[in-house]
Design a protein around this ligand. Structure first.
Ligand SMILES: Cc1cc2nc3c(=O)[nH]c(=O)nc-3n(C[C@H](O)[C@H](O)[C@H](O)COP(=O)(O)OP(=O)(O)OC[C@H]3O[C@@H](n4cnc5c(N)ncnc54)[C@H](O)[C@@H]3O)c2cc1C
Length: 391
């Protein structure tokens, strides 16, 4: 098989890139090792930044999002029960976020690419290795329906997530790796109960962090900070609801409770490589960087990468201009570092890390008091939370 751009991975990065390229008339093929059913039902992110929402609409894939997504106009931050509101539109000139599950974004893009347009998107097709990235004709070896195949391309984009083969193909000497493993995890639940707040609540409590979010007007998504070696069996439903109540609570507010339909523990890490291209191989999304979920940035950062790549390939194929392709890593890393900083800030600010009344705890509290007092600080949080328009 021959194509212009060979894309490995049908997560948000690979699917958005494929759609952007097709919209520019640039041939591409997507290989995905998992089944369509699996990727369409994988429960992950749910918060879409303003830019991500705009891009879906621009690409003509925003119909379901417009009908079913839930725009959010602010977020609530809490410190030991004391709350402060961050109104997005007021502080950012009209920008906001939308709650719409990652699996719905993935479904909408697959329906458009595979069902509506019959573009080449192969499920249960596993890329084994990538070759000749230093030449102008790289190729991807992959296995599909029990047989070995090759795709000869002009360029390969590895959108194959944290465990993919793309990063392993980059020569080790061209990048440094940065990694932070946090000493806590998130125990997350999906519960059949209407959300107890119209806006997300990020709460610091001396017993640990808690987050109230939701997936739909009927389904709440809630998290608490737990130790890395904790287990869901240690958290029967009643105990979990009591803990959420304590950590999120404030005077005059009631937490809605209901049947818990899913429970899981997610470790927290910051990870990235500081160079995202080599020869004809480009890296995008989780393949190149992971942020802790505090702030809801992972999916949005993946989309920002491929938006840049889409522009760079359009300049190459339509104008014979390689400036953007050559500068991709430098350009993408500006947003990656900004996002790493914001995700790290939200993580450090709202998780229990120190004993009460220690120096570091008092710094955490002083920072929260400053958020309460300062419009400038609330604006900083708002513009990072909804995502910077340009960087
Ligand atoms: C459990 C969990 C919860 C999360 N929750 C949140 C959240 O609340 N908010 C948030 O913003 N972010 C969250 N994230 C992060 C967010 O989901 C990711 O940042 C996002 O999925 C990145 O998209 P991607 O396309 O780069 O990678 P992925 O979604 O990981 O997609 C990579 C794809 O490549 C495929 N692949 C891998 N290797 C190969 C191969 N050799 N051949 C072919 N295909 C291959 C994989 O099967 C996968 O489908 C969460 C992540 C996880 C794991």
């Amino acid at each position: 098989m021959k194509t212009k751009v060979g894309i490995i991975g049908a997560g948000p990065a690979g699917l958005f890139l494929s759609k952007i390229l097709h919209s520019q008339g640039i041939d591409n093929v997507v290989l995905e090792s998992r089944s369509r059913h699996y990727v369409e039902n994988r429960l992950r992110a749910g918060l879409l930044e303003h830019n991500t929402v705009e891009l879906l609409k621009e690409l003509g894939v925003g119909k379901n999002l417009i009908n079913n997504g839930i725009p959010h106009h602010g977020v609530m931050l809490s410190f030991n029960g004391e709350r402060v509101h961050i109104p997005f539109e007021e502080l950012t000139g009209g920008r906001n976020i939308t709650i719409y599950g990652q699996r719905f974004v993935v479904r909408d893009l697959i329906a458009d690419l595979a069902d509506k347009n019959n573009y080449p998107l192969y499920f249960e097709a596993t890329a084994g290795h990538i070759e000749k990235i230093e030449t102008d004709r790289p190729l991807i070896h992959y296995e599909y329906e029990g047989e070995n195949h090759e795709i000869h391309c002009d360029y390969v984009v590895a959108c194959d997530g944290y465990h993919g083969i793309g990063r392993q193909t980059l020569p080790g000497h061209i990048f440094n790796t940065h990694r932070v493993e946090y000493p806590f995890s998130w125990l997350g639940i999906l519960a059949e109960t209407p959300p107890s707040s119209e806006e997300l609540i990020y709460a610091f409590h001396t017993r640990g962090f808690a987050l109230l979010s939701y997936r739909s007007p009927e389904i709440s998504r809630l998290y608490i900070q737990v130790d890395n070696d904790d287990h869901v069996d240690n958290w029967p439903d009643d105990k979990l609801w009591d803990e959420l109540d304590t950590r999120l609570g404030t005077e005059g507010w009631t937490l809605n409770k209901g049947p818990i339909i899913q429970k899981g523990i997610t470790p927290m890490r910051s990870y990235m490589i500081d160079h995202m291209q080599y020869g004809r191989l480009f890296m995008a999304g989780d393949a190149a960087h992971i942020v802790p979920p505090t702030g809801g940035k992972g999916l949005n950062l993946a989309v920002a990468d491929v938006k840049l790549l889409g522009k760079a390939f359009a300049a190459h194929y339509h104008n014979n201009d390689d400036t953007l392709l050559k500068g991709y890593s430098t350009d993408a890393l500006k947003r990656v570092w900004r996002t790493q900083h914001f995700s790290n800030f939200m993580t450090q600010q709202f998780h229990k890390r120190f004993q009460e009344d220690s120096f570091d705890y008092q710094l955490q509290k002083a920072q929260f008091d400053y958020i309460k007092k300062s419009v400038a600080m609330r604006t900083t949080i708002a513009e990072n939370y909804v995502g910077l328009k340009e960087i």
